[in-house]
Ligand binder design. Structure first.
Ligand code: DGL
Length: 270
């Protein structure tokens, strides 16, 4: 039987964008084994209703628990925003991490007004604004849904004129309101952080929730003596709920490196 510390860390997302979070996890936790589940058959979650996102997230978590993980990381901002509390109460025995509170805490260290960009689901939930107001009750939080960013990025259109125009339109109000810190509240956005940063102008601090949650997971594993002590680099198993020829390429864009093992099909149980 595996010792608790030797078990893998589970990560799920609505699709492949959550690999930006895996990228951050492997930087700070290079010796952890990871199991990733991307719900590619049902992506995107962003425009869906709360009950549907909760149900999908529950099935994803159940799959990861079936893979014998020691903790679950919700990489998806939309799932984190609407389903994290529900998952924590449904699966009380497993530590569950989500990106919203981690990134909100980091953004709250500044004193300037804070902008949040994300999917309709994330922005509509006001989860970031609620979390930030726990730390900073008087700080102005301006939220803006940027639904076109995800399809642009998935198509690999990450430096096009069209994307720059879309970014200008989406970010104009945040710029006008002079936000000092901007949370990139969607798994995909770190891929276009240069465009976001150029559009917002100098001096705006960008927060990558993947980085914030990776730090929180590291602190938790260390504090609870759950870090994997193996000397070699950790392994990574990548599961998806639907598989097409394009996926490996898209996955590698988000992960920022080649994927050694093939993507595997996951069968989710209800
Ligand atoms: N993973 C989602 C998020 O971070 C973006 C893609 C989707 O809408 O499912 O909110």
């Amino acid at each position: 039987m595996l010792r608790e510390q030797d078990k893998p860390v589970g990560v799920f997302d609505s699709g492949l964008g959550g690999l930006t979070v895996v990228k951050e996890l492997t930087k700070i936790l290079p010796h952890e084994n990871l199991v990733y589940l991307g719900d590619t058959a049902r992506v995107p979650y962003g425009p869906r209703g709360v009950e549907t996102i909760k149900r999908f997230s529950e099935e994803n978590t159940r799959f990861l628990i079936g893979e014998n993980v020691k903790a679950v990381v919700i990489a998806c901002n939309t799932s984190s925003a609407v389903a994290a509390d529900f998952l924590k109460s449904t699966f009380p025995k497993i530590p569950i991490f989500e990106v919203i509170s981690s990134a909100s805490n980091e953004a709250s260290r500044g004193t300037r007004s804070i902008g949040v960009i994300g999917t309709y689901g994330t922005v509509g939930s006001h989860a970031y604004a609620k979390n930030i107001s726990k730390n900073l009750s008087r700080t102005k939080v301006i939220e803006k849904a940027c639904p076109l960013f995800v399809p642009f990025i998935e198509e690999g259109e990450i430096g096009s004129k069209a994307l720059k125009l879309v970014a200008k339109g989406y970010l104009s109000e945040l710029k006008k309101q002079k936000v000092g810190t901007l949370i990139m509240g969607c798994t995909h956005y770190p891929i276009i952080k240069n465009i976001i940063s150029e559009t917002m102008g100098k001096g705006v601090t960008l927060i990558n929730p993947g980085k914030s949650v990776a730090k929180e997971v590291f602190d938790f594993l260390k504090k609870n003596n759950l870090l994997n002590r193996q000397k070699k680099k950790g392994t990574a198993d990548f599961y998806v709920t639907d598989l097409t020829d394009r996926f490996t390429k898209v996955a590698e864009m988000f992960l920022g490196k080649k994927i050694k093992n093939d993507l595997k099909i996951a069968r989710l149980t209800k």
